[in-house]
Design a binder for this molecule. Structure first.
Ligand SMILES: *Cc1c(COP(=O)(O)O)cnc(C)c1O
Length: 373
């Protein structure tokens, strides 16, 4: 039994929450006008404010990111097979199964941990209709190569952008790539509305279709054009999102400072690798993954346990791989032989705590623990 440190437990993340009293005026407005959901005033304002902040043209708010993914596939009428990554949160592949689509797993790049574009073509069959990559940990995918393949084979591209809130590459928002991008505003994400999400759309026509699909397929009081779902965001969540936007800039700065501190603190530790830094790119600093290699003094799970024994509740994102869960492991593409990089990384990764209010002392405590093993 290890000695527990005297500091209180540190979890992998802590939700961004503005002062409660700042939310009260928003609630008073909702109570006054009694418009609770179905595209109310806060919903409209929040959609516009997010478009402005993120630098995208059109966006449709959702109850959560998973319904956003499910609806994005419906929007583009995706069927058959979709190429995706095993190294993600299960919702990525689940959204395919919910649409009766067969996921085809392709391995990830060892440096970015995103779908490896060099391995996509070999997985394309006559049934393939789309690619669903993930900007893992907010690191942008190789969007250029993916689009080239999609264009060559007539495939759609739907990005799971759950980690990529506010992320920009040289061309601007990373959310403008592909046919659609899906965001999550879950409590554990960089930007949250308790639960929530959004589909980023390239044009007004697509946004209209998404808006219909998230409202049962209604286009007016008496006309239903598709078997839609209820994916609408409520006024409470939209109002909260508007308030959250005011604090997001400062929150990202604090995340960046923690990221920088970890990087310099861990840079000399033998057997511990960090992913490449964002550099000049505008990043989300959503996660701080480290890879525990063979030449570290402990195994990955040994270090994970050591951290836990000291009150540091890190997480092994993404372990197990999606392809290892029972509903996927029977697929030919789910074999470890097909996914050597993802399989190795899933056994090396630990996501260290990172959140805006994490203190320098907490960060240094984690670094010291990893250094002294
Ligand atoms: C969080 C997450 C989702 C699901 O989002 P919810 O809003 O929780 O439904 C999907 N994909 C990835 C990669 C995620 O991290």
């Amino acid at each position: 039994m290890k000695v527990r440190s005297e500091i209180p437990p540190v979890y992998v993340t802590q939700p961004l929450l503005p002062p409660l009293e700042e939310f009260v005026p928003y609630l008073e407005k909702i109570w006054a006008n009694k418009w609770l959901t179905n595209g109310g005033p806060f919903h409209q304002q929040f959609e516009q404010a997010l478009c402005d902040y993120l630098g995208v043209k059109y966006l449709s708010l959702f109850t959560n990111g998973t319904l956003g993914l499910v609806t994005a596939l419906q929007t583009l009428r995706i069927t058959g097979e979709v190429i995706t990554t095993p190294y993600s949160f299960v919702a990525t592949a689940h959204s395919l199964l919910w649409n009766g689509i067969k996921p085809v797993f392709v391995d990830v790049d060892p440096l970015t941990l995103n779908l490896d574009p060099h391995k996509i073509e070999a997985a394309i069959t006559p049934q393939t209709t789309a690619i669903m990559p993930v900007h893992c940990y907010g690191h942008p995918c190789d969007v250029g190569s993916i689009q080239k393949i999609a264009d060559n084979y007539g495939l759609k591209v739907i990005y799971d952008a759950a980690h990529a809130f506010g992320v920009q590459d040289k061309a601007g928002s990373v959310l403008n790539h592909g046919d659609l991008s899906v965001l999550s505003f879950h409590a554990t994400k960089v930007f949250n509305t308790f639960e929530g999400g959004a589909i980023v759309c390239p044009d007004e026509k697509t946004k209209l279709r998404v808006d219909h699909l998230k409202n049962f397929g209604f286009v007016d009081e008496v006309t239903v054009v598709a078997p839609g779902i209820n994916g609408k965001m409520s006024e409470i969540n939209a109002a909260f999102g508007l308030l959250q936007l005011k604090g997001i800039g400062a929150a990202l700065q604090k995340r960046k400072a923690i990221d920088t501190r970890y990087r310099s603190g861990l840079s000399g530790v033998k057997g511990i690798d960090c992913l490449s830094a964002a550099g000049e790119r505008v990043a989300s600093y959503a996660y701080f993954p480290i890879l525990v290699r063979n030449d570290y003094t402990l195994s990955r799970d040994g270090l994970f346990q050591e951290l836990q024994d000291n009150g540091i509740f890190a997480r092994r994102y993404f372990y197990p791989l999606i392809s290892e869960f029972s509903m996927y492991r029977g697929l030919a593409s789910a074999s470890a032989a097909n996914l050597p990089v993802a399989t190795k990384v899933a056994r090396e990764v630990i996501c260290l705590p990172i959140y805006p209010n994490m203190t320098v002392e907490q960060c240094d405590f984690v670094i010291d623990l990893i250094m002294k093993q």
